[in-house]
Write a protein that binds this ligand. Structure first.
Ligand code: SF4
Ligand code: SF4
Length: 426
């Protein structure tokens, strides 16, 4: 980081000693995972810069926003409608929780055997490690899975948490419940920010967030080419950054990168050899800086062409219609868009199975790697249904269960290599 931000971090309540430990891990990991790649597009420079300033410039921007009377609202799930936060003049930041820091503190209030993502966010808050978390005036929780739902009750002792009841099914009565939750969220955000959401501000916000999603979709489309013009690791990074960067700036930078990738495609330039096995990853979100499995896959000779993850397609694949005339209709449209997300917390979750079969065809994938975080019951259990349906469609699948530690990396690499060899012989 170019500038010394220690004073800023201290002033927002970050524990500098714990934060130093995090910063000591991040840059070497980033160098090893990202800067070791060859033949990267020039447009990745912006995203490298964002990471180099991950706790610097963006935090400074959030603090300036707060000093001017604005609010920062944190989210842990792609069900939180960021359009509404933006329409009320707030900034919505995705809180990452992709690294095991502060586990000892988290284990004082949580069981040891809980999903690493939940343990991570609790550790971040109790350890005062994350300047994004410390910048948040409010956090939005959801009732997606039991572990998170109960953890938010504890988190509420440390930061105001607004809970949204996410349904577990997609029947008409569930749709109605979700619509009313989105409406209540709008009222809560208005009260909290002191700003009214108007027809004009919500319409503009829908367009802005759609703009970001369109740029991410454009990147996805480009990855359908053989050879694919960019690595999966770089795309995952972009998808992770999408959750907290300034919306118009991110959209412009990503569109510029896509312009460059279009030229690459025309010239037949790819990240990997055209014959490299094409893989789709699916499962639990890979929150920043969790790049473990993609790094293993792409250093084993394959290329990842799509992420059926919340840090991936689930975040941007559907847009909100832009033609609605009033806020009521826009709330309805937003609610419908979000209820299309195929999270494993739903039962049944047929949409995810159909999606995976279609994605394999569209992206000309040779195989799918299903990655679940340890103790994540929804995805670990659903992996069985996914496996059966992919088998019926003759799509090879590898199932991986892991956490944020590196101890199992060697063993996973051996399994991934064997899977790629099997695909190659097919
Ligand atoms: S996996 Fe489900 S609960 Fe987790 S972020 Fe995605 S939608 Fe939310
Ligand atoms: S990864 Fe699974 S267990 Fe963890 S918060 Fe998400 S849905 Fe819940």
């Amino acid at each position: 980081m170019a500038k010394d931000y220690r004073q800023m971090w201290e002033s927002i309540g970050v524990d500098l000693e714990a934060h130093d430990k995090l910063l000591n891990v991040l840059p070497p990991t980033y160098g090893q995972v990202y800067m070791s790649q060859e033949n990267r597009p020039e447009g990745m420079e912006y995203f490298d810069f964002v990471i180099s300033e991950v706790h610097g410039l963006r935090i400074q921007e959030l603090q300036e926003h707060k000093a001017a009377g604005g609010k920062v609202i944190g989210a842990f799930c792609v069900f939180v409608p960021e359009e509404i936060v933006r329409a009320a003049g707030g900034i919505c930041v995705g809180l990452c929780s992709g690294v095991e820091i502060g586990a000892a503190k988290a284990e004082k209030v949580l069981p040891r055997n809980i999903c690493p993502l939940i343990k991570s966010f609790m550790g971040f808050k109790l350890g005062k490690v994350c300047p994004y978390f410390e910048s948040c005036d409010m956090v939005v929780g959801e009732t997606t899975c039991d572990g998170k739902k109960k953890a938010f009750e504890i988190l509420n002792d440390y930061v105001p948490v607004h809970m949204m009841e996410t349904p577990q099914m997609k029947r008409e009565k569930d749709k109605q419940l979700w619509r009313s939750e989105v409406q209540d969220f709008l009222v809560k955000v208005e009260e909290f920010t002191g700003s009214k959401v108007t027809d004009t501000s919500l319409r503009q916000s829908i367009k802005d967030i759609n703009g970001k999603r369109r740029a991410l979709l454009r990147l996805s489309e480009l990855r359908k080419n053989i050879p694919t013009p960019i690595s999966g690791k770089d795309c995952l990074l972009i998808e992770q950054i999408a959750m907290y960067d300034d919306v118009p700036r991110f959209t412009a930078q990503l569109n510029a990168l896509c312009d460059e990738l279009e030229v690459r495609v025309k010239e037949g330039k790819g990240f990997a050899e055209p014959a490299a096995p094409r893989i789709i990853v699916t499962g639990t979100p890979m929150a920043l800086p969790n790049w473990k499995i993609p790094h293993i896959i792409e250093t084993s000779g394959a290329v990842i062409v799509a992420e059926e993850l919340c840090t991936g397609l689930r975040y941007f694949e559907n847009l909100v219609p832009e033609e609605a005339e009033n806020t009521g209709q826009m709330v309805e449209d937003i609610a419908s868009r979000y209820l299309n997300i195929n999270c494993a917390c739903f039962t049944p979750n047929e949409g995810r199975m159909e999606k995976l079969v279609n994605l394999a065809k569209e992206y000309k994938a040779d195989g799918i790697i299903h990655c679940s975080l340890a103790f994540c019951d929804p995805y670990l259990v659903e992996a069985n249904r996914v496996e059966n349906i992919l088998k019926e469609n003759d799509i090879p699948m590898l199932k991986i269960e892991t956490d944020y530690g590196q101890e199992d990396s060697g063993q996973i690499k051996t399994r991934v290599e064997a899977f790629l060899e099997m695909i190659d012989k097919k």
